[in-house]
Ligand binder design. Sequence first.
Ligand code: FNR
Length: 193
Amino acid sequence: QLVRFLVFSASLRRDSLNSRLAELAARTIEANGGKVDRATMREFDVPSYDQDAQEQAGFPLGAQEFRRRLETSDAFVISSPEYNFSMPGVLKNAIDWVSRYRPQPFNERHGMLLSASPSMAGGNRGLWALRVPLEHLGARVYPDMFSLAQAHQAFDGDGRIADRQLQEWFERNVVGFMDLVEAAKHYVCAKTA
Ligand code: FNR
């Protein structure tokens, strides 16, 4: 039984560096025997969270879609830009909507966080901010976060990381995460068999 990963970038930008990194993660997962569900943040487009709107009209389509895609995957991989040392508002807003579902879909779901930025920090501070709501929601956030610095000049023509050592480090991180998700899935299957 293949392990299935929901992979998406939290950037809406056409030439997004994070979308390139998300695609590289997706290809790495597939090359190592995993199944990938590629999503875009546009599919999870939601209005600003408003509790009155939720009570009156229920969940918007983007939130329904985000929940469905999370629940049909074993784990998620997000490549998120860093906006002002935090995550983009669109991502936080989508997480807020989904967090109101019961059962709450992030609970006990494994997740890996990636970031890409033209800066030297690679967007890493944004990932520390993103960990907080996800861990609060019970997500099993992989300890190794990968942040690609100077990402505007980091990719080669094939969409891989041009620096060989860094590309190998990236692959090891992704495969390490896949191994953990697979082991956890087998453990749960064995427990419930
Ligand atoms: C940024 N950017 C940015 N970069 C960074 O490393 N740390 C930061 O705090 C911020 N803050 C920030 C705020 C806002 C509102 C914008 C629009 C941008 C720059 C950001 O990393 C850069 O635009 C990336 O290219 C965004 O990611 P995508 O869209 O290329 O995936």
